[in-house]
Ligand binder design. Structure first.
Ligand SMILES: Cc1cc2nc3c(=O)[nH]c(=O)nc-3n(C[C@H](O)[C@H](O)[C@H](O)COP(=O)(O)OP(=O)(O)OC[C@H]3O[C@@H](n4cnc5c(N)ncnc54)[C@H](O)[C@@H]3O)c2cc1C
Length: 406
């Protein structure tokens, strides 16, 4: 594993920094942004992220690692990391393209038709935000149990059902959708993967408000929604294989994310509350620093593997789990450092309650993209070779299984 910049990478870093200096304001490192909580703040954030994506696109910095034939820059994963490191020093909005860039695009590059891949350019330019319509009330960890039905009617599929936890659906133009097209096949075998225009008739998006006050995700109700047959990705009833590509990319994407806080902030907080002599606080900060370093090197390992054309496999799952635990432990430490002040909320709390928000935000990371327990199962089965979980319904027709409800 090589971690120092090569001369070419140093030159790339200098070029990226110079471009960013010209196109974005520098971030004040002593101030953390108040998170977008209200609907108006979230909307403003989404618009700012679209504007910044357009600036990247016009400047030739969008899709850094995407092949040039798909409109990208054809760069290396290392260049993407270098650019992300440099961009973190600037005050720009990002995040709303996580599904489009991190999950849909890599899936379409592998499984999509040329017509489907024509969306890639709009994703890069910031014109299309995408959502992921996978989870349902009875299909989260056991995603293959999903019950949203799609029935072919001439040249169109007619979809009925309910999805839930759909991040960003309220400001997305398109979605990837999994629906059951053969209820008589075993649960993994009768699913089809669709591209859905969210402006189609019959779609109702209802935001769900979380403990933090943010309506990050939604319930989505689909009633007689019509999808053209050419929007099927891969083969009919073979959508599970396509979904795997999406889910693998999702894990690597979440685990590779930058923390919303830094260890330096924890140290500054310990100074502020005069807790730097407290042995438990000192050990906590040292442990948080060690975890952050481990994560950094795990990230390097994944990028090195990808650069050599290898699949990171279980490392991505391990990193996602480790990242979630790091988030939980480090934000709990932040509230511990604050002592009684840690129990305050909103404007009464330190930094307008940013740390309380970040602490509650751990559940998004620990559940989204597969829960901690499911990551442990994956590591146990695929990395450690432990016996598979028993699954009595694996080979039964989905219609006959407990979860189908019909
Ligand atoms: C912030 C956030 C954003 C999300 N965004 C999206 C999105 O955009 N699109 C989308 O489709 N979904 C999204 N999800 C949904 C996410 O994928 C599911 O929440 C997740 O897969 C868990 O499913 P569930 O919530 O139904 O919990 P369940 O599957 O019902 O699990 C409940 C509990 O049981 C445990 N459990 C379940 N099965 C097992 C098992 N076999 N072994 C051990 N423990 C088990 C789980 O770990 C969990 O603790 C999002 C979730 C979050 C938190």
């Amino acid at each position: 594993m090589d971690i120092a910049d090569t001369p070419q990478e140093s030159a790339f870093r200098a070029e990226a920094r110079a471009w960013l200096e010209q196109h974005a304001p520098r971030r004040d490192p002593t101030k953390r942004h108040k998170p977008a909580i209200t609907d108006a703040e979230q909307d403003a954030h989404a618009k700012a992220a679209r504007r910044w994506q357009r600036v990247l696109y016009d400047g030739g910095w969008a899709g850094l690692t995407w092949p040039q034939r798909f409109g990208g820059r054809g760069g290396t994963p290392w260049q993407a990391s270098i650019f992300a490191e440099e961009q973190a020093e600037f005050d720009v909005a990002s995040g709303v393209f996580a599904v489009a860039h991190g999950m849909v695009a890599p899936t379409l590059m592998v499984h999509g038709t040329d017509a489907q891949r024509s969306h890639l350019d709009a994703m890069l330019s910031g014109d299309e935000v995408w959502a992921q319509l996978f989870s349902e009330p009875e299909a989260g960890s056991d995603l293959a149990n999903l019950g949203t039905r799609a029935v072919l009617d001439g040249e169109e599929w007619v979809v009925n059902g309910q999805k839930v936890w759909t991040s960003g659906a309220q400001y997305s133009e398109y979605a990837i959708l999994l629906a059951r097209t053969d209820p008589d096949a075993p649960k993994h075998a009768g699913i089809t993967y669709f591209l859905l225009d969210l402006r189609s008739p019959g779609i109702e998006v209802r935001p769900l408000r979380q403990i933090t006050g943010v309506a990050h995700f939604n319930e989505v109700f689909l009633t007689d929604v019509r999808i053209p047959a050419e929007n099927v990705v891969g083969d009919v009833n073979r959508g599970w294989k396509v979904a795997h590509t999406t889910l693998n990319n999702e894990r690597a994407f979440i685990g590779g994310g930058n923390s919303a806080w830094s260890i330096a902030e924890l140290t500054a907080m310990a100074r502020h509350f005069e807790r730097t002599d407290d042995l438990v606080v000192r050990q906590g900060i040292a442990a948080a620093h060690s975890r952050a370093e481990v994560l950094k090197y795990m990230g390097y390992r994944i990028r090195t593997a990808v650069a050599r054309g290898e699949m990171p496999g279980a490392v991505a799952t391990t990193m996602k789990l480790f990242y979630a635990r790091h988030w939980a432990r480090s934000t709990a430490l932040a509230l511990q450092i604050q002592g009684a002040h840690g129990s305050l909320w909103g404007a009464s709390a330190l930094d307008d309650g940013l740390w309380q928000q970040t602490f509650c935000g751990q559940y998004a990371v620990r559940l989204g993209g597969g829960t901690d327990e499911i990551q442990c199962n994956v590591i146990g089965e695929r990395a450690l070779g432990l016996p598979r979980e028993p699954a009595a319904d694996r080979d039964l027709p989905w219609r006959e299984t407990r979860g189908s409800g019909r």
